[in-house]
Design a protein around this ligand. Sequence first.
Ligand code: AMP
Ligand code: GLY
Length: 304
Amino acid sequence: MKVLVLGSGAREHAIAWKFSKSNILSGLYVAPGNAGTEDIAENLPDVDPCDSASVISACRKYKIDFVFVGPEAPLAAGVVDDLEAAGIYAFGPCKQAAQLEASKLYSKAFMKKYKIPTASSEEFDNVEDFEKAIRKSEGKVVIKKNGLAAGKGVLESDDKNELLEFGRNILKDDTLLVEEFLTGWETSIFAISDGKDYVLLPPCADFKKAYDKDQGPNTGGMGSICPVPTVSKSLLAQIEKEVVIPTFEGIKKEGYKYIGLLYFGLMITPKGPKLLEYNARFGDPETQALLPLIDSDFGSLFSA
Ligand code: AMP
Ligand code: GLY
């Protein structure tokens, strides 16, 4: 099997590294790749992962059997739908299912519809109503940009001027959510799904604040651990029952198939686990801590 990994981050280096250990691979490519992937695979620096035509033509040229999509942007751009139409196997959800990550409004509506525990929230598409809501709010609240923002679309604050400025900027070309601020600790749970069943991987945690002692603005994640000692078997079972199972049932009811990695970003609050977000791909940097703990051959796993 010849595999192409799409992406250029440390996460894609970890994914390619894991594929490089497989006994059933006859070729490994990364597009565009990075200095790390160059040591273990053939980089295709001219292939744009978000341009389906460019990815499909590389698959034909190198006789690639399987494409593993690392980051969210190609998923949201519909690259998997186009690969499927071209008869090339891919790991990653179709464009519609990738909305669970690509639109915070869509994912929040999905969580509410399928009674998945999450923070209460209100949607805004105009500055006037948004400003009124912030002026009325008490204590800390969270603002979330609807569209993809590479970890920079969320602000938690009790400073009204800061909240107003952040929200007004988003509303220039997008919509937003104002959300209840939750307290607790965070964990990331990953499920691999073939469209019928799923398996859960060991729980991860990433640490999002930019500065030491968990201070400063949010980032996509400054570091990570796996497994997470505070995620007990019973907590994991509770997360599966209250969050994971209703999500996969909801996906079925919505009428689409989810083939890919579904990431559940959770806050463990005094009232139990609450879902902060879905991601439609492996986490970065969680993957770098997680993959060395997986014994299975990635070639066999994804060929299945
Ligand atoms: P998200 O992209 O929704 O996962 O948000 C990024 C980060 O912002 C999360 O990992 C949390 O650290 C923080 N965050 C998001 N939503 C909330 C919330 N409702 N309450 C407290 N912190 C939050
Ligand atoms: N580490 C958070 C993310 O990958 O979204």
